[in-house]
Design a protein around this ligand. Structure first.
Ligand code: 8YV
Length: 316
């Protein structure tokens, strides 16, 4: 039976699915690039399912023309599409299947920012009973940066569920404007008066360090930043300065420039700030989304095997 190599973290997120395929044998392999490349050569594999790690060279050398690099997820910034194309390798992703999971994660982070859940849960574990006063979300303003599928799903949850006012920012108009109270292509205008900002933009050359010192300065004093998109869209040193000085209320972050998180070369360590709450890139980590990402990644590979490139979700 033909093999699909699946990087270990992704295999473990949907093992029950990968173990029961009848037309492919899925093999759990290391995600580190040279080890992954060695596994591809050893198994003479044409198909590989990968996570968010950045792959720069050996992966593309190891696969042969006609092979598929299938992302288990939507963002494909870790894949060098040009190198792959030069070698006749197709790259795919799984859009649409994780929107609710990531949007729900961001919604939970809004509550985390507003209601001291992290501190009060930690207090209770230490036997400390210390109620704290939080902030009601109803009537507050949430700025959504990136009004695609995930941003718009969060907009609907926050507007219809929490009763927040939603302002959207993007470089093109949102497909569905009904969940936005206002929309602007001007950042300062979009975030005016917002107590919360949630990022939903991809990692592109144009979005690196998007949320920099200048844009942080445009936020209302005490505003909170939520990031479930990509670490690279935030200038982590500037965010550290804004949170450490109390200029912003704080940040709840699920994604980082380096994962697992490592402080920037400046040594400014976000983990040391009490108003910065961090989770280990779990936005899409629900059983439901993981199963759907696995199914969609395998579907892309099946289409490639069957010569149905038209049905593949190819990224370039
Ligand atoms: C990861 C993500 O793909 O879809 C994305 O872009 O960042 C995540 O869903 C997933 O966690 C990899 O296992």
């Amino acid at each position: 039976m033909e093999k699909i190599l699946v990087t270990a973290p992704e295999y473990d997120k949907a093992a029950a699915f990968f173990e029961t395929l009848e037309d492919f044998q899925c093999v759990r392999v290391p995600e580190q690039e040279t080890e992954l490349a060695a596994a591809i050569r050893r198994e003479q594999a044409r198909y590989v399912i990968i996570g968010v790690v950045k792959y720069t060279g050996p992966l593309y050398d190891a696969l042969t023309a006609g092979g598929v690099i299938a992302r288990f997820g939507v963002g494909h910034d870790g894949v060098d599409k040009k190198q792959a194309a030069r070698r006749g390798i197709r790259c795919t992703n799984t859009p649409g299947v994780l929107d609710s999971s990531v949007a729900e994660c961001a919604a939970g982070m809004l509550l985390l920012a507003a209601r001291h859940f992290a501190d009060t849960v930690a207090d209770n574990r230490r036997g400390v009973w210390a109620p704290r006063i939080g902030t009601e979300l109803a009537g507050k303003t949430l700025a959504i940066v990136g009004c695609g599928h995930i941003g718009s799903r969060l907009a609907a949850i926050a507007k219809n569920g929490f009763g927040m006012t939603i302002c959207g920012f993007d470089i093109t108009a949102p497909r569905d404007e009904s969940c936005y109270d206002r929309f602007s292509m001007d950042f300062a205008e979009a975030v005016r008066g917002a107590q919360f900002l949630s990022l939903h933009i991809p990692d592109l050359p144009a979005t690196r360090d998007f949320l920099n010192a200048e844009k942080l300065a445009a936020l209302a004093p005490g505003a909170w930043v939520i990031n479930t998109a990509r670490g690279t869209v935030v200038d982590e040193d500037a965010l550290y300065d804004a949170a450490a000085s109390g200029r912003i209320g704080g940040a709840v972050l699920d994604v980082f420039r380096q994962e697992p998180y490592r402080p920037a070369p400046s040594g400014k360590d976000l983990r040391t700030l009490p108003n910065v709450l961090m989770t280990p890139h779990i936005g899409s980590s629900t059983a439901e989304a993981c199963r759907r990402m696995a199914e969609a990644a395998v579907a892309n590979i099946r289409h490639a095997r069957d010569g149905r490139d038209d049905a593949m979700t190819i990224v370039s």
